[in-house]
Design a protein around this ligand. Structure first.
Ligand code: CMC
Length: 432
Protein backbone atom coordinates (compact mmCIF):
# COMPACT_ATOMS: atom_id res chain seq x y z
CA UNK A 1 0.00 0.00 0.00
CA UNK A 2 1.64 3.27 -1.11
CA UNK A 3 2.74 5.58 1.70
CA UNK A 4 2.01 3.03 4.41
CA UNK A 5 5.26 2.55 6.30
CA UNK A 6 6.10 -0.21 8.72
CA UNK A 7 7.45 1.46 11.87
CA UNK A 8 10.51 0.12 13.60
CA UNK A 9 8.60 0.40 16.88
CA UNK A 10 6.45 -2.69 17.25
CA UNK A 11 3.66 -2.83 19.83
CA UNK A 12 4.05 -5.21 22.73
CA UNK A 13 0.94 -6.60 24.33
CA UNK A 14 1.06 -8.39 27.64
CA UNK A 15 -1.89 -10.75 27.89
CA UNK A 16 -2.42 -13.72 30.21
CA UNK A 17 1.25 -13.56 31.12
CA UNK A 18 2.44 -13.80 27.51
CA UNK A 19 3.98 -11.01 25.46
CA UNK A 20 2.83 -10.61 21.88
CA UNK A 21 4.36 -8.35 19.29
CA UNK A 22 2.21 -6.53 16.78
CA UNK A 23 3.44 -4.36 13.92
CA UNK A 24 2.88 -0.62 13.91
CA UNK A 25 2.16 1.23 10.68
CA UNK A 26 2.50 4.94 9.93
CA UNK A 27 0.58 6.90 7.29
CA UNK A 28 1.74 9.83 5.18
CA UNK A 29 0.68 12.37 7.84
CA UNK A 30 2.33 10.38 10.64
CA UNK A 31 -0.90 8.77 11.82
CA UNK A 32 -0.02 5.62 13.69
CA UNK A 33 -1.86 2.32 13.97
CA UNK A 34 -1.27 -0.96 15.72
CA UNK A 35 -1.92 -3.79 13.28
CA UNK A 36 -4.13 -6.27 15.12
CA UNK A 37 -4.99 -8.50 12.15
CA UNK A 38 -3.28 -11.49 13.83
CA UNK A 39 -4.59 -10.72 17.34
CA UNK A 40 -7.36 -13.32 17.49
CA UNK A 41 -5.35 -15.98 15.71
CA UNK A 42 -2.46 -15.53 18.16
CA UNK A 43 -4.24 -14.73 21.42
CA UNK A 44 -7.92 -15.74 21.09
CA UNK A 45 -8.91 -12.17 21.96
CA UNK A 46 -10.70 -9.57 19.87
CA UNK A 47 -10.79 -5.80 20.43
CA UNK A 48 -13.94 -4.09 21.65
CA UNK A 49 -14.45 -0.57 20.34
CA UNK A 50 -18.01 0.70 20.54
CA UNK A 51 -18.81 3.03 17.63
CA UNK A 52 -15.40 2.15 16.09
CA UNK A 53 -13.99 5.31 17.67
CA UNK A 54 -10.44 3.88 17.73
CA UNK A 55 -10.69 1.46 14.85
CA UNK A 56 -8.99 2.11 11.54
CA UNK A 57 -11.19 0.10 9.20
CA UNK A 58 -9.04 0.71 6.14
CA UNK A 59 -6.05 2.42 4.61
CA UNK A 60 -7.16 5.26 2.37
CA UNK A 61 -5.49 7.94 0.26
CA UNK A 62 -8.54 10.12 -0.35
CA UNK A 63 -9.15 12.51 2.55
CA UNK A 64 -7.07 13.62 5.49
CA UNK A 65 -8.54 15.09 8.69
CA UNK A 66 -6.71 16.30 11.77
CA UNK A 67 -9.55 16.76 14.21
CA UNK A 68 -7.42 18.39 16.88
CA UNK A 69 -6.11 21.08 14.53
CA UNK A 70 -9.28 21.46 12.44
CA UNK A 71 -7.62 20.37 9.18
CA UNK A 72 -9.48 18.88 6.22
CA UNK A 73 -7.80 18.06 2.89
CA UNK A 74 -9.01 16.23 -0.19
CA UNK A 75 -6.11 14.37 -1.83
CA UNK A 76 -3.75 16.70 0.05
CA UNK A 77 -5.38 19.97 -0.98
CA UNK A 78 -6.75 22.12 1.89
CA UNK A 79 -10.52 22.51 1.93
CA UNK A 80 -10.12 26.30 2.22
CA UNK A 81 -8.35 26.46 -1.17
CA UNK A 82 -10.89 24.24 -2.89
CA UNK A 83 -13.75 26.23 -1.37
CA UNK A 84 -12.29 29.45 -2.67
CA UNK A 85 -11.01 28.38 -6.08
CA UNK A 86 -12.60 25.18 -7.30
CA UNK A 87 -15.98 24.00 -8.58
CA UNK A 88 -17.89 20.95 -7.45
CA UNK A 89 -17.24 19.15 -10.74
CA UNK A 90 -13.49 19.77 -10.54
CA UNK A 91 -13.39 18.76 -6.87
CA UNK A 92 -15.39 15.62 -7.66
CA UNK A 93 -12.79 14.70 -10.29
CA UNK A 94 -9.98 15.30 -7.79
CA UNK A 95 -11.60 13.09 -5.18
CA UNK A 96 -12.49 10.28 -7.57
CA UNK A 97 -9.34 10.22 -9.73
CA UNK A 98 -6.77 11.49 -7.23
CA UNK A 99 -5.49 14.54 -9.18
CA UNK A 100 -6.91 17.84 -10.30
CA UNK A 101 -7.96 17.49 -13.95
CA UNK A 102 -6.13 19.35 -16.71
CA UNK A 103 -8.25 21.40 -19.11
CA UNK A 104 -8.84 18.46 -21.48
CA UNK A 105 -9.75 16.05 -18.67
CA UNK A 106 -12.12 18.55 -17.10
CA UNK A 107 -13.84 19.16 -20.42
CA UNK A 108 -14.24 15.46 -21.08
CA UNK A 109 -15.58 14.86 -17.57
CA UNK A 110 -18.05 17.78 -17.83
CA UNK A 111 -19.18 16.54 -21.25
CA UNK A 112 -19.75 13.05 -19.87
CA UNK A 113 -21.85 14.53 -17.05
CA UNK A 114 -23.95 16.44 -19.58
CA UNK A 115 -24.29 13.37 -21.79
CA UNK A 116 -25.73 11.36 -18.89
CA UNK A 117 -27.97 13.95 -17.26
CA UNK A 118 -31.27 12.44 -18.44
CA UNK A 119 -32.83 9.48 -16.69
CA UNK A 120 -34.47 6.64 -18.59
CA UNK A 121 -38.14 7.52 -19.25
CA UNK A 122 -39.22 4.17 -17.74
CA UNK A 123 -37.50 5.15 -14.51
CA UNK A 124 -39.75 8.19 -14.28
CA UNK A 125 -42.71 5.90 -13.62
CA UNK A 126 -41.05 4.67 -10.43
CA UNK A 127 -41.78 8.07 -8.89
CA UNK A 128 -45.50 7.34 -9.17
CA UNK A 129 -45.21 4.60 -6.55
CA UNK A 130 -44.25 7.03 -3.79
CA UNK A 131 -46.87 8.88 -1.75
CA UNK A 132 -46.58 12.70 -1.87
CA UNK A 133 -45.53 12.61 1.78
CA UNK A 134 -42.50 10.38 1.12
CA UNK A 135 -39.25 11.82 2.40
CA UNK A 136 -36.94 12.70 -0.52
CA UNK A 137 -34.11 10.69 1.10
CA UNK A 138 -36.26 7.54 0.86
CA UNK A 139 -36.99 8.33 -2.77
CA UNK A 140 -33.34 9.10 -3.50
CA UNK A 141 -32.05 5.85 -2.06
CA UNK A 142 -34.71 3.72 -3.79
CA UNK A 143 -34.24 5.49 -7.11
CA UNK A 144 -30.44 5.19 -7.10
CA UNK A 145 -30.80 1.46 -6.56
CA UNK A 146 -33.45 1.26 -9.29
CA UNK A 147 -31.21 3.33 -11.56
CA UNK A 148 -28.54 0.64 -11.26
CA UNK A 149 -30.90 -1.74 -13.09
CA UNK A 150 -30.82 0.56 -16.11
CA UNK A 151 -27.03 0.83 -16.33
CA UNK A 152 -25.03 -1.21 -18.81
CA UNK A 153 -22.38 -1.85 -16.14
CA UNK A 154 -23.44 -0.90 -12.59
CA UNK A 155 -20.16 -2.43 -11.37
CA UNK A 156 -18.23 0.15 -13.39
CA UNK A 157 -15.43 -2.28 -14.15
CA UNK A 158 -12.31 -1.40 -16.13
CA UNK A 159 -12.90 1.00 -19.02
CA UNK A 160 -16.51 1.43 -18.00
CA UNK A 161 -15.62 3.20 -14.76
CA UNK A 162 -15.57 6.75 -16.19
CA UNK A 163 -18.91 6.24 -17.86
CA UNK A 164 -20.53 4.64 -14.81
CA UNK A 165 -19.25 7.42 -12.52
CA UNK A 166 -20.59 10.13 -14.84
CA UNK A 167 -23.96 8.41 -15.04
CA UNK A 168 -24.28 8.23 -11.26
CA UNK A 169 -22.99 11.73 -10.53
CA UNK A 170 -25.13 13.34 -13.19
CA UNK A 171 -28.36 11.37 -12.83
CA UNK A 172 -28.42 11.64 -9.05
CA UNK A 173 -28.97 15.37 -9.48
CA UNK A 174 -31.86 14.76 -11.88
CA UNK A 175 -33.42 12.22 -9.51
CA UNK A 176 -33.06 14.58 -6.55
CA UNK A 177 -34.77 17.41 -8.43
CA UNK A 178 -37.51 15.08 -9.69
CA UNK A 179 -38.19 13.83 -6.15
CA UNK A 180 -38.65 17.43 -5.05
CA UNK A 181 -41.02 18.12 -7.95
CA UNK A 182 -42.92 14.95 -7.11
CA UNK A 183 -43.24 16.01 -3.45
CA UNK A 184 -44.82 19.35 -4.41
CA UNK A 185 -46.95 17.89 -7.19
CA UNK A 186 -45.28 19.83 -10.02
CA UNK A 187 -44.25 18.44 -13.43
CA UNK A 188 -40.66 17.28 -13.81
CA UNK A 189 -38.31 19.78 -15.42
CA UNK A 190 -35.71 18.27 -17.74
CA UNK A 191 -32.03 19.18 -17.42
CA UNK A 192 -30.64 21.96 -19.58
CA UNK A 193 -27.31 20.89 -21.17
CA UNK A 194 -26.16 24.51 -21.37
CA UNK A 195 -26.14 24.91 -17.58
CA UNK A 196 -23.33 24.11 -15.18
CA UNK A 197 -23.79 21.23 -12.71
CA UNK A 198 -25.13 23.39 -9.88
CA UNK A 199 -27.15 25.76 -12.05
CA UNK A 200 -28.80 22.74 -13.64
CA UNK A 201 -29.74 21.31 -10.26
CA UNK A 202 -31.36 24.59 -9.26
CA UNK A 203 -33.05 24.85 -12.68
CA UNK A 204 -34.60 21.38 -12.37
CA UNK A 205 -35.81 22.18 -8.86
CA UNK A 206 -37.14 25.68 -9.35
CA UNK A 207 -38.07 26.18 -13.01
CA UNK A 208 -41.68 25.56 -14.01
CA UNK A 209 -42.99 25.01 -17.55
CA UNK A 210 -42.75 28.23 -19.58
CA UNK A 211 -40.89 30.02 -16.79
CA UNK A 212 -37.22 29.23 -16.48
CA UNK A 213 -35.52 29.91 -13.20
CA UNK A 214 -32.48 32.00 -14.07
CA UNK A 215 -30.11 31.13 -11.24
CA UNK A 216 -28.37 34.10 -9.63
CA UNK A 217 -24.55 33.60 -9.88
CA UNK A 218 -24.22 34.11 -6.11
CA UNK A 219 -26.78 31.42 -5.49
CA UNK A 220 -25.00 29.04 -7.90
CA UNK A 221 -21.69 29.83 -6.18
CA UNK A 222 -23.23 29.06 -2.76
CA UNK A 223 -24.57 25.74 -4.07
CA UNK A 224 -21.12 24.91 -5.46
CA UNK A 225 -19.56 25.70 -2.12
CA UNK A 226 -22.00 23.55 -0.17
CA UNK A 227 -21.38 20.58 -2.46
CA UNK A 228 -17.58 21.02 -2.30
CA UNK A 229 -17.62 21.14 1.50
CA UNK A 230 -19.65 17.94 1.68
CA UNK A 231 -17.72 16.06 -1.03
CA UNK A 232 -15.83 13.71 1.30
CA UNK A 233 -15.07 13.26 4.97
CA UNK A 234 -13.14 9.99 5.31
CA UNK A 235 -14.62 7.11 7.33
CA UNK A 236 -17.90 8.63 8.54
CA UNK A 237 -21.06 6.56 9.03
CA UNK A 238 -22.34 6.73 5.44
CA UNK A 239 -18.96 6.29 3.75
CA UNK A 240 -18.16 3.32 5.97
CA UNK A 241 -21.56 1.91 4.99
CA UNK A 242 -20.74 2.33 1.29
CA UNK A 243 -17.39 0.61 1.84
CA UNK A 244 -19.00 -2.18 3.83
CA UNK A 245 -21.65 -2.89 1.21
CA UNK A 246 -19.05 -2.52 -1.55
CA UNK A 247 -16.78 -5.01 0.20
CA UNK A 248 -19.32 -7.74 -0.59
CA UNK A 249 -18.74 -6.76 -4.25
CA UNK A 250 -22.20 -5.22 -4.50
CA UNK A 251 -22.34 -2.79 -7.42
CA UNK A 252 -21.68 0.94 -7.14
CA UNK A 253 -25.36 1.94 -7.31
CA UNK A 254 -26.46 -0.51 -4.59
CA UNK A 255 -23.55 0.53 -2.37
CA UNK A 256 -24.22 4.24 -2.75
CA UNK A 257 -27.97 3.76 -2.18
CA UNK A 258 -27.12 2.27 1.22
CA UNK A 259 -24.91 5.29 1.91
CA UNK A 260 -27.92 7.56 1.37
CA UNK A 261 -29.85 5.65 4.06
CA UNK A 262 -26.95 5.86 6.51
CA UNK A 263 -26.65 9.60 5.89
CA UNK A 264 -30.32 10.24 6.58
CA UNK A 265 -30.27 10.12 10.41
CA UNK A 266 -30.07 13.30 12.53
CA UNK A 267 -26.73 12.31 14.06
CA UNK A 268 -25.22 12.41 10.57
CA UNK A 269 -26.45 14.22 7.42
CA UNK A 270 -29.96 14.67 8.79
CA UNK A 271 -28.52 17.15 11.30
CA UNK A 272 -28.79 20.01 8.77
CA UNK A 273 -32.58 19.61 8.76
CA UNK A 274 -32.61 19.16 12.55
CA UNK A 275 -30.64 22.39 13.08
CA UNK A 276 -33.27 24.48 11.29
CA UNK A 277 -36.07 22.74 13.18
CA UNK A 278 -34.25 23.56 16.43
CA UNK A 279 -33.70 27.20 15.47
CA UNK A 280 -37.33 27.56 14.44
CA UNK A 281 -38.51 26.04 17.69
CA UNK A 282 -36.39 28.54 19.65
CA UNK A 283 -37.72 31.46 17.58
CA UNK A 284 -41.33 30.29 17.82
CA UNK A 285 -41.22 29.81 21.58
CA UNK A 286 -39.29 33.11 22.01
CA UNK A 287 -36.87 31.16 24.18
CA UNK A 288 -33.65 32.80 25.29
CA UNK A 289 -30.55 31.04 23.86
CA UNK A 290 -29.11 30.69 27.38
CA UNK A 291 -32.26 28.86 28.44
CA UNK A 292 -31.93 26.49 25.46
CA UNK A 293 -28.29 25.81 26.35
CA UNK A 294 -29.38 25.10 29.92
CA UNK A 295 -31.92 22.55 28.65
CA UNK A 296 -29.30 20.87 26.44
CA UNK A 297 -26.94 20.54 29.41
CA UNK A 298 -29.62 18.97 31.59
CA UNK A 299 -29.27 15.28 30.71
CA UNK A 300 -32.88 14.62 31.78
CA UNK A 301 -34.07 16.47 28.67
CA UNK A 302 -32.07 14.23 26.30
CA UNK A 303 -31.66 16.99 23.74
CA UNK A 304 -28.52 17.82 21.82
CA UNK A 305 -27.43 21.13 20.41
CA UNK A 306 -27.87 20.10 16.78
CA UNK A 307 -25.03 21.08 14.46
CA UNK A 308 -22.58 20.88 17.36
CA UNK A 309 -20.05 18.18 18.18
CA UNK A 310 -18.18 15.74 16.04
CA UNK A 311 -16.51 12.37 16.50
CA UNK A 312 -13.29 13.57 14.89
CA UNK A 313 -13.14 17.36 15.26
CA UNK A 314 -12.13 18.47 18.71
CA UNK A 315 -11.81 22.06 17.54
CA UNK A 316 -13.75 24.15 15.02
CA UNK A 317 -14.86 22.13 11.98
CA UNK A 318 -13.12 24.05 9.13
CA UNK A 319 -16.24 23.62 6.98
CA UNK A 320 -18.32 25.45 9.60
CA UNK A 321 -15.86 28.37 9.58
CA UNK A 322 -16.23 28.73 5.80
CA UNK A 323 -19.99 28.34 5.91
CA UNK A 324 -20.48 30.90 8.66
CA UNK A 325 -18.62 33.54 6.62
CA UNK A 326 -20.51 32.63 3.44
CA UNK A 327 -23.80 32.65 5.28
CA UNK A 328 -23.37 36.22 6.47
CA UNK A 329 -22.17 37.44 3.07
CA UNK A 330 -24.87 35.65 1.06
CA UNK A 331 -27.74 36.79 3.23
CA UNK A 332 -26.48 40.38 3.06
CA UNK A 333 -26.10 40.16 -0.74
CA UNK A 334 -29.55 38.67 -1.23
CA UNK A 335 -31.02 41.18 1.22
CA UNK A 336 -32.39 38.43 3.46
CA UNK A 337 -32.85 39.02 7.18
CA UNK A 338 -33.18 35.53 8.66
CA UNK A 339 -33.73 35.51 12.44
CA UNK A 340 -32.35 31.94 12.43
CA UNK A 341 -28.87 33.36 11.73
CA UNK A 342 -29.05 35.60 14.81
CA UNK A 343 -30.23 32.71 16.97
CA UNK A 344 -27.49 30.44 15.56
CA UNK A 345 -24.81 33.04 16.29
CA UNK A 346 -26.24 33.54 19.78
CA UNK A 347 -26.18 29.79 20.47
CA UNK A 348 -22.63 29.52 19.18
CA UNK A 349 -21.38 32.36 21.40
CA UNK A 350 -23.19 30.96 24.43
CA UNK A 351 -21.95 27.40 23.85
CA UNK A 352 -18.34 28.32 23.14
CA UNK A 353 -18.05 30.11 26.47
CA UNK A 354 -19.83 27.40 28.46
CA UNK A 355 -17.87 24.88 30.51
CA UNK A 356 -20.07 21.95 29.38
CA UNK A 357 -19.19 22.51 25.69
CA UNK A 358 -15.58 23.60 26.36
CA UNK A 359 -14.74 20.52 28.42
CA UNK A 360 -16.25 18.19 25.82
CA UNK A 361 -14.63 20.00 22.88
CA UNK A 362 -17.96 20.66 21.21
CA UNK A 363 -17.83 23.13 18.33
CA UNK A 364 -20.14 23.94 15.42
CA UNK A 365 -19.94 21.34 12.66
CA UNK A 366 -20.74 21.57 8.93
CA UNK A 367 -24.47 21.34 9.56
CA UNK A 368 -24.74 24.34 11.87
CA UNK A 369 -24.75 27.05 9.19
CA UNK A 370 -25.37 25.08 5.97
CA UNK A 371 -29.14 24.95 6.56
CA UNK A 372 -29.43 28.73 6.82
CA UNK A 373 -27.63 29.08 3.48
CA UNK A 374 -29.79 26.44 1.85
CA UNK A 375 -32.90 28.12 3.14
CA UNK A 376 -31.69 31.45 1.74
CA UNK A 377 -31.28 29.93 -1.71
CA UNK A 378 -34.73 28.41 -1.57
CA UNK A 379 -33.97 24.74 -0.83
CA UNK A 380 -36.89 23.29 1.14
CA UNK A 381 -36.16 21.80 4.56
CA UNK A 382 -36.75 18.16 3.62
CA UNK A 383 -34.28 18.48 0.72
CA UNK A 384 -31.33 19.59 2.89
CA UNK A 385 -30.00 16.11 3.47
CA UNK A 386 -30.50 15.29 -0.21
CA UNK A 387 -28.13 18.17 -1.02
CA UNK A 388 -25.63 16.67 1.42
CA UNK A 389 -26.02 13.32 -0.39
CA UNK A 390 -25.40 14.86 -3.83
CA UNK A 391 -22.30 16.56 -2.42
CA UNK A 392 -21.03 13.34 -0.79
CA UNK A 393 -21.37 11.33 -3.99
CA UNK A 394 -17.71 11.79 -5.12
CA UNK A 395 -16.47 10.62 -1.72
CA UNK A 396 -18.69 7.54 -1.78
CA UNK A 397 -17.60 6.71 -5.33
CA UNK A 398 -13.90 7.13 -4.52
CA UNK A 399 -14.19 5.02 -1.37
CA UNK A 400 -16.15 2.30 -3.19
CA UNK A 401 -13.46 2.23 -5.85
CA UNK A 402 -10.70 1.95 -3.26
CA UNK A 403 -12.42 -1.10 -1.78
CA UNK A 404 -12.96 -2.70 -5.16
CA UNK A 405 -9.48 -1.97 -6.51
CA UNK A 406 -7.71 -3.51 -3.54
CA UNK A 407 -6.49 -6.93 -4.68
CA UNK A 408 -6.06 -7.98 -1.05
CA UNK A 409 -9.42 -6.49 0.01
CA UNK A 410 -11.58 -8.69 2.22
CA UNK A 411 -15.27 -8.55 2.98
CA UNK A 412 -15.95 -6.21 5.95
CA UNK A 413 -17.02 -8.45 8.77
CA UNK A 414 -16.48 -7.28 12.37
CA UNK A 415 -16.79 -9.56 15.37
CA UNK A 416 -18.76 -9.16 18.59
CA UNK A 417 -18.86 -10.18 22.22
CA UNK A 418 -22.00 -12.22 22.69
CA UNK A 419 -24.01 -11.44 25.86
CA UNK A 420 -27.22 -13.38 25.15
CA UNK A 421 -28.40 -16.57 26.87
CA UNK A 422 -26.07 -19.56 26.91
CA UNK A 423 -27.30 -22.83 25.41
CA UNK A 424 -30.83 -23.88 26.42
CA UNK A 425 -33.42 -26.29 25.04
CA UNK A 426 -36.25 -25.44 22.71
CA UNK A 427 -39.63 -25.56 24.49
CA UNK A 428 -42.77 -26.26 22.43
CA UNK A 429 -45.48 -23.60 22.40
CA UNK A 430 -47.82 -25.79 24.51
CA UNK A 431 -45.27 -25.91 27.31
CA UNK A 432 -44.38 -22.21 27.35
N1 CMC B 1 -25.03 18.76 22.29
C1 CMC B 1 -24.85 18.50 23.59
N2 CMC B 1 -23.99 17.56 24.05
C2 CMC B 1 -23.28 16.89 23.15
C3 CMC B 1 -23.40 17.12 21.78
C4 CMC B 1 -24.32 18.11 21.37
N3 CMC B 1 -24.48 18.36 20.06
N4 CMC B 1 -22.58 16.28 21.11
C5 CMC B 1 -21.96 15.55 22.03
N5 CMC B 1 -22.38 15.91 23.28
C6 CMC B 1 -21.91 15.38 24.55
C7 CMC B 1 -22.39 13.97 24.78
O1 CMC B 1 -23.63 13.95 25.42
C8 CMC B 1 -21.28 13.41 25.63
O2 CMC B 1 -21.43 13.91 26.94
P1 CMC B 1 -21.06 12.98 28.23
O3 CMC B 1 -19.57 12.77 28.12
O4 CMC B 1 -21.48 13.78 29.40
O5 CMC B 1 -21.82 11.71 28.06
C9 CMC B 1 -20.03 14.04 25.05
O6 CMC B 1 -20.47 15.27 24.47
C10 CMC B 1 -19.34 13.22 23.97
O7 CMC B 1 -20.27 12.98 22.93
P2 CMC B 1 -20.48 11.60 22.19
O8 CMC B 1 -21.94 11.36 22.03
O9 CMC B 1 -19.68 10.53 22.85
O10 CMC B 1 -19.83 11.92 20.78
P3 CMC B 1 -19.91 11.04 19.47
O11 CMC B 1 -18.60 11.18 18.82
O12 CMC B 1 -20.37 9.65 19.78
O13 CMC B 1 -21.07 11.74 18.62
C11 CMC B 1 -22.15 13.31 17.21
C12 CMC B 1 -20.81 12.68 17.64
C13 CMC B 1 -21.89 14.18 16.00
C14 CMC B 1 -23.13 12.19 16.81
C15 CMC B 1 -22.71 14.14 18.40
O14 CMC B 1 -21.82 15.18 18.70
C16 CMC B 1 -24.09 14.71 18.07
O15 CMC B 1 -25.09 13.99 18.25
N6 CMC B 1 -24.17 15.99 17.61
C17 CMC B 1 -25.43 16.58 17.19
C18 CMC B 1 -25.84 16.04 15.83
C19 CMC B 1 -24.99 16.65 14.72
O16 CMC B 1 -24.80 17.85 14.64
N7 CMC B 1 -24.53 15.78 13.80
C20 CMC B 1 -23.78 16.20 12.62
C21 CMC B 1 -22.34 15.76 12.66
S1 CMC B 1 -21.34 16.58 11.40
C22 CMC B 1 -21.95 16.06 9.89
C23 CMC B 1 -21.58 14.66 9.62
O17 CMC B 1 -20.46 14.40 9.19
O18 CMC B 1 -22.43 13.78 9.81
Amino acid sequence: MANLQLSKNACQLLLDGETYEMPVYVGSENEKAVDITQLRAKTGYITLDSGYANTGSCVSSITYIDGEKGILRYRGIPIEQLAQKSTFVETAYLIIYGELPNREQLKRFSNLLTQHEMIHETLKHHFEGFPPTAHPMAILSAMINAMGCFQPDPMGTGDQFDDTVARLLSKVRTIAAFSYKKSIGQPFIYPNPDFSYCANLLHMMFSVPYREFGPDPDVVAAMNLILILHADHEQNCSTSTVRMVGSSQANLFASVASGVCALWGPRHGGANQAVISMLEEIIKSKMDVQEYIRRVKDSKNEIKLMGFGHRVYKSYDPRATILRQTCEKLLAKLGIKDPALDVAKGLETAALSDEYFISRHLYPNVDFYSGIIMRAIGIPLNMFTVMFAIGRMPGWIANWREVNDDPKGRIYRPRQIYTGPTIRDYVSVEQR
